[in-house]
Design a protein. Structure first.
Length: 143
């Protein structure tokens, strides 16, 4: 992924079907955090590839290495790239936790967090890790 691909306004589009898929995954993995990888370009998320949370935790995720490599192979076979990760916060807001900040290390990746905290609907927010912290991105759902 080249820096020129990053949208200047920090805007990322995502297919609405991917939003629904991630939300279903988050609900299915309750009470633990779910996680997975995002395929597409640095400004558009076309697919989500669910992964197992090797940490099996309510407050931390660790993408299973086998699932990570499978997603890379899947991306290559469809002429796409792994452009990000997603995970859920089963009982906290869709903002990066101290653990998320401590474990982030790749500024190229889009990070989606879906919150299932007591709200009428799940909330999904997008971030990019830059300068030692997460910066919010505008996330736009497209048909």
């Amino acid at each position: 992924m080249d820096k020129e691909e990053v949208t200047p306004m920090g805007r990322v589009t995502i297919r609405s079907a991917v939003v629904e898929q991630i939300t279903r995954h988050a609900n299915a993995d309750l009470p633990y955090e779910c996680c997975g990888l995002l395929l597409g370009t640095s400004s558009h998320i076309d697919r989500a590839v669910p992964a197992r949370n090797a940490a099996a935790s309510r407050t931390r995720f660790l993408i299973d290495p086998g699932d990570h490599f499978a997603a890379i192979r899947e991306a290559r076979s469809s002429a796409q790239e792994v452009v990000g990760v997603y995970h859920s916060h089963p009982s906290s807001p869709a903002v990066p936790s101290a653990t998320d900040v401590a474990e982030a290390n790749d500024a190229r990746l889009i990070h989606l967090i879906v919150s299932l905290a007591p709200e009428p609907q799940p909330v999904i927010r997008a971030f990019r890790f830059t300068g030692g912290n997460f910066q919010p991105l505008e996330l736009v759902s497209v048909g």
